[in-house]
Design a protein around this ligand. Structure first.
Ligand code: ADP
Ligand code: MG
Length: 704
């Protein structure tokens, strides 16, 4: 149960003065809260900037363009002339050094007369400008009598807003929320606080919402760092607790004798790379340990993860257990099944596929085979885990392309607490910091070597104006017997959608154009087609019946047609870097030298230009992942369409990544010394988990 001292923070926002039922909806939108927004949600909604009103120059000293606070004498009013109501209302003011015109559009005369009585001194604050050589201030932010001036914050927070919710309102609500902050026991080590010079939690929040200097507000300043650390610690602690729970001895060693793996290795048409062999050994060691395996297999597109997964599944089979491989799309599940079936057969293992599409008799057979254990390996989509699929004895779950599933789903799956070994494969090399953020101290194996015989892909960036040349070039390549992917983006899949983003109609138009030119050699596959039609199109292309495949990003993940050696990415500026890299990975798999054409429509935005440049410069997935991280923030890297780190409200990777390692070792130490969070600090840490919505983890302590 949540400690009662946190109640004021978890009260609905409507309990604050000035936030009524009508505004609650707007706040829910602004704060992106799941249920009704609570006080803590607003406190974690930090200002995005500051208006510094501390500069108090004389008029002669005031620099045009700057925000200044001035003490001036009101000289004269110049209302809009009669009949010209659209003209601004002006008030002339001065100090000993010069004069200034205050300007209002659409103003109420009576209000201004009341605000600026002639002959009196006023404190005005706002941006000063030069207009026709005269100083002016349009719509001053503040006009106050000298005795009221003390109430004006010299550092004014600026909040991210949503339509209908004004800055002043959010500021006052935040002020009311701060007043609710209870005194909480400190969850950080006093020595740690002292070393960093960090304030306590409440003081840190106050400094962020009511800063007294820009330093208070700085992203790497003490207040913000403290809050970011709190959030990172809550995250690491929650992951650590989940993991400690999962790592309980499962009492199941999946030890095989190597016989099936040997037979499969013998059936492979190639030799394993060094890093594949190493990964297979690491996985086998995990599986044969009495604890549950939680391992990430990272490897660039085409690095050969599938065969590593197969070896792990064979090891499970040697131990008499079944394996399930979950793919993010049906297309990819089918492709996996196709690759795995003959290799597994070499070891006498039966592979089945199970997606939403298997129906009736076929489905019954598969379910029976899984229940009896006759099927050693099942490949499918997430339907595998959601539906009532019963295994005879499931030993290993492999999840392919995990970033597609999202962290929550992974945690949900992991928290099921089955004693199943878990191998997560990802084709987007995830930078170390993000591995820590999302997987805690999950073990990781990396495939850094490319399988032998791979040729580099020649990548070219070409403007849409040269579309004609590109089509001609494709024509020559088709005549020479080559196969081509032509990838088109879709609105929903585009990185920065705007009104110019191509949609399915654009893809179909392109298809029509290419078909007109190259006839029956051209085919199309897109996400809105029926599954069977998609498969049929892929099969035709893979068999070489069609030679140019116009596709939306359904081909992004895992599709393997080694003969295809040319890829045109249409409107490449609409794709994210990780996505471009994934797409390009579809070619360069066969014997022929490959070419990737990034066809863009200018003018390019700076980040889009940079993305295309990086693609031209490198094929190194780890480098691309790092660049991607700097270019677009962390959110999209894991396929979530948020800005900032998904699931994080205060921590920003670009500023707070260095805190992650400390948070991680802090969390680890806590779990080692106080796994039940039973000490005084432990109790405070429970508060922390609640504050950051990581209290799910507390439930696990009880289970443990
Ligand atoms: P990914 O890591 O993208 O899933 P795949 O497992 O699909 O990569 O492998 C890509 C291609 O490389 C497949 O055609 C596979 O048969 C082949 N392959 C895998 N390992 C090797 C190897 N050691 N040598 C040569 N080819 C390999
Ligand atoms: Mg793959």
């Amino acid at each position: 149960m949540r400690p009662t001292r946190l109640d004021p923070l978890f009260a609905r926002l409507t309990t604050l003065k000035g936030v009524g039922a009508k505004l609650e909806g707007l706040y829910a939108k602004l704060l992106a809260s799941e249920g009704p927004p609570r006080v803590v949600d607003l406190l974690f909604h930090l200002p995005s900037g500051l208006i510094d009103r501390r500069s108090r120059p004389t008029l002669a000293e005031a620099v045009p363009g700057a925000i200044v606070t001035l003490a001036v004498l009101v000289e004269r009013h110049r209302p809009a002339p009669p009949g010209k109501s659209r003209a601004p209302y002006k008030v002339l003011v001065s100090d000993e050094t010069g004069d200034l015109t205050l300007v209002w559009f659409n103003a109420h005369r009576s209000r201004i007369e009341q605000m600026c009585p002639v002959g009196e001194t006023r404190i005005v604050s706002g941006r000063i400008e030069l207009f026709d050589g005269m100083r002016q201030m349009v719509h001053p932010d503040r006009v106050l009598a000298p005795e009221q001036a003390a109430t004006m914050p010299m550092m004014e927070p600026v909040y991210p807003l949503t339509e209908g919710l004004g800055s002043g309102h959010v500021r006052r609500a935040a002020e009311a929320a701060l007043a609710r902050l209870p005194v909480l026991p400190e969850w950080l080590e006093p020595r740690h606080l002292a070393r960093e010079g960090w304030p306590d939690f409440a003081a840190a929040l106050k400094r962020m919402h009511q800063p007294e200097s820009p330093e208070d507000f700085a992203p790497d300043g003490p207040a913000r760092s403290r809050l970011a650390y709190d959030e990172l610690l809550a995250n690491q602690l929650a992951l650590g607790l989940v993991r400690a729970n999962l790592k309980r001895p499962a009492g199941r060693r999946n030890v095989g004798d190597g016989s099936l793996r040997e037979r499969i290795a013998g059936a492979l048409p190639f030799a394993l790379t060094g890093s594949q062999t190493a990964a297979i050994a690491e996985i086998a060691a995990d599986m044969s340990a009495p604890t549950r395996m939680l391992r990430l297999l990272q490897g660039d597109v085409g690095s050969g993860k599938t065969v590593v997964a197969l070896m792990a599944m064979a090891a499970a089979a040697e131990a008499g257990r079944q394996s399930a491989l979950m793919a993010p799309t049906e297309l990819l599940a089918r492709q996996h099944a196709k690759t795995l079936t003959p290799l597994a057969a070499a070891a006498g293992l039966r592979v089945a596929i199970l997606t939403g599409r298997e129906k009736g008799r076929e489905r019954e057979d598969i379910l029976a085979g899984l229940a009896s254990g006759a099927i050693a390996i099942v490949v499918g989509t997430h339907a595998l885990f959601q539906e009532h699929v019963r295994f005879h004895d499931l030993g290993l779950a492999v999840i392919d392309e995990q970033h597609r599933f999202g962290v929550q789903q992974r945690l949900a799956l992991a928290a099921k607490g089955e004693a199943v070994d878990l191998l997560v494969m990802t084709a987007t090399p995830i930078p170390r910091t993000l591995v820590l953020t999302y997987f805690g101290d999950m073990e990781s194996s990396q495939l850094r070597e490319k399988p032998a015989g791979r040729k580099p892909v020649d990548t070219r960036v070409i403007a849409m104006e040269r579309l004609g040349d590109v089509v001609d070039g494709i024509g020559r390549a088709l005549e020479a017997g080559r196969q081509v992917y032509w990838v088109c983006p879709l609105v929903a899949e585009a990185e920065e959608p705007d009104e110019n983003t191509p949609d399915l109609a654009a893809a179909e138009e392109r298809f029509a154009l290419l078909q007109q030119r190259f006839g029956a050699a051209v085919d199309m596959v897109h996400g809105q087609m029926k599954g069977t039609d998609k498969d049929a199109a892929m099969v035709r292309f893979s068999a070489g019946e069609t030679r140019l495949l116009v596709a939306t990003t359904v081909i992004e993940v895992g599709v393997d047609v080694p003969e295809a050696s040319i890829m045109v990415i249409d409107h490449a500026e609409h794709f994210g870097l990780a996505q471009l890299h994934q797409l390009r990975g579809r070619i360069g798999r066969g014997a022929a030298a490959s070419t990737c054409i990034l066809l863009y429509k200018g003018p390019l935005r700076e980040t889009a230009r940079r993305r295309l440049d990086i693609m031209r410069e490198t094929e190194d997935g780890f480098r691309i992942a790092e660049e991607d991280l700097t270019l677009r923030g962390e959110g999209d890297l894991l396929g979530t369409k948020q800005s900032g780190m998904p699931g994080f409200r205060l921590a920003r990777l670009e500023h707070h990544a260095p805190l992650m390692e400390t948070a991680r070792s802090d969390a680890r130490l806590i779990i080692e010394t106080d796994p039940q969070l039973a000490s005084a600090r432990g109790a405070a840490l429970r508060d922390l988990l609640y504050l950051f919505g990581r209290n799910e983890a507390i439930r696990l302590i009880k289970a443990g």
